[in-house]
Design a protein around this ligand. Structure first.
Ligand SMILES: Cc1ncc(COP(=O)(O)O)c(C=O)c1O
Length: 417
């Protein structure tokens, strides 16, 4: 059967090259291929926070389908949409003291990024925006202009303009250096920076290599945005919906962004569904000025409501914080001692083991060895030097331990230790 992909599917396919088997079933943190079981430490790049086929969310989606409810409604009013807005507002935003309006964009993360780019420019009348080293915001032309890695940018085919990249948090060492540099760029009239409409940032960079922004850096960026009348956008597409141990990854810093972008795990069930949250005063689009056929996936609304209920009823954020300690303890006690040139970083249920100190290329061998040992795990960061641990938040503890042990064994095998 694999032949059909080789013969007919575009060369652009990528993840299937890392995991060359045909998957047919999945439950929680386990994937199956013709009866062979794999532990999933990838979670669909952050889509499967609630586990594959979460039974509670699935039951709500099946009920919705069996009752002949609305499946596609453009952006017309539907019961599913009303329930989502009410639930998200009451259960997620209000308890956190947040007041945002909701804009439903095209189905995937990059659609929310594109809508937001237009909106920050419209709000300020400025063209330039700030993005950060290590950023990943998507692959369509606007979002790729704010995505930092060379190989993604190379595919754009046109010059990627109107974005200035500045150094993220502590990627240059101390986060204070980054803040000082950004302040200089904004305040010195000979810095050459065109005043930006907005700063787009991921509070934790996932694709960029599990870079967890310092709390003081996030606060510093908020303060600089306030001082200079620049809009602050938090892209929570990969690290939101509980992965950081808080619903939004920016919550750690006690800041309030002007715009928040969500997608991936928002629908609870792996369905494409993106959301742009904005402070009410920035809701400047005229009716239909930004449009699209698939805005507000109805099954996504239903799954998202069920997901929020599941998260609250099962104290999923508590579980993430418990698992964070299990993962970090394991890394410290079992992985770092393998070779003292290994480093790690992370928070909540997103962690990375960095091979830069030995040889960045080893991460590929480790990923392949893990797959041989039935663990699905991906790489990230500069030179892809980091192996990224990102299981579903719902993973059972024995399966989490099993995956961590496979990772340890695989690293030992590659490093011959
Ligand atoms: C932080 C972040 N923003 C935006 C995107 C783009 O989302 P999508 O691939 O759904 O368009 C991604 C995808 O990985 C992401 O991680």
């Amino acid at each position: 059967m694999a032949d059909i992909f080789e013969k007919k599917e575009s060369n652009v396919r990528s993840y299937c090259r890392s995991f060359p088997t045909i998957f047919d079933r999945a439950l929680n943190a386990e994937l199956y291929s013709d009866g062979t079981r794999y532990v999933d430490f990838f979670a669909g790049a952050g889509v499967i926070n609630y586990g594959h086929n979460n039974p509670y969310i699935k039951s709500k989606i099946l009920d919705y389908l069996s009752e002949d409810n609305i499946i596609h409604g453009l952006d017309m009013f539907t019961v599913a949409k009303a329930k989502f807005i009410e639930t998200f507002d009451e259960k997620i935003l209000k308890p956190r003291g947040l007041d945002y309006k909701f804009m439903f964009c095209g189905p995937t993360g990059t659609n929310a990024v594109e809508a937001c780019l237009k909106l920050v420019r419209k709000n300020t009348g400025r063209t330039n925006v700030i993005a950060f080293s290590g950023a990943f915001h998507g692959m369509s032309l606007g979002s790729i202009s704010m995505t930092s890695d060379k190989s993604s940018r190379a595919g754009a085919g046109v010059p990627l303009n109107n974005v200035t990249f500045l150094p993220y948090s502590n990627t240059m060492g101390d986060y204070k250096k980054s803040l000082e540099y950004i302040q200089f760029m904004l305040e010195d009239d000979h810095s050459g920076l065109d005043k930006p409409a907005a700063m787009f940032l991921e509070p934790i960079q996932a694709e960029g290599g599990v870079n967890v922004a310092e709390i003081e850096w996030l606060k510093g960026i908020r303060a600089l945005c306030d001082k200079h009348d620049i809009l602050m956008v938090c892209d929570e597409i990969q690290v939101g919906v509980g992965r950081a141990g808080t619903y939004f990854a920016f919550e750690r810093a006690g800041i309030v962004p002007d715009f928040v972008l969500l997608a991936k795990s928002l629908s609870g069930f792996g369905l494409p569904f993106s959301l742009l949250l904005m402070k009410p005063q920035f809701d400047l689009f005229k009716p239909g000025e930004h449009n699209g056929t698939f805005r507000g996936n109805q099954l996504g609304f239903v799954g998202a409501v069920a997901g929020i209920e599941y998260l609250i009823d099962n104290d999923l954020l508590g579980t993430v914080n418990k698992n964070a300690k299990i993962i970090e303890d394991f890394i410290k006690s079992n992985i770092l001692p393998i070779d003292n040139r290994l480093t790690y970083r992370g928070i909540g249920m997103i962690w990375g083991i960095d091979f830069t100190g030995i040889d960045a290329a080893l991460s590929l061998d480790v990923m392949k060895k893990c797959f041989e040992n039935k663990l699905v795990i991906e790489r990230a960061g500069s030179s892809d030097a980091l192996v990224k641990i990102m299981p579903p938040l719902t993973i059972d503890e024995p399966v989490l331990m099993e995956g961590l042990k496979i990772l340890e064994t695989s690293i030992r095998s590659v490093l011959k230790k």
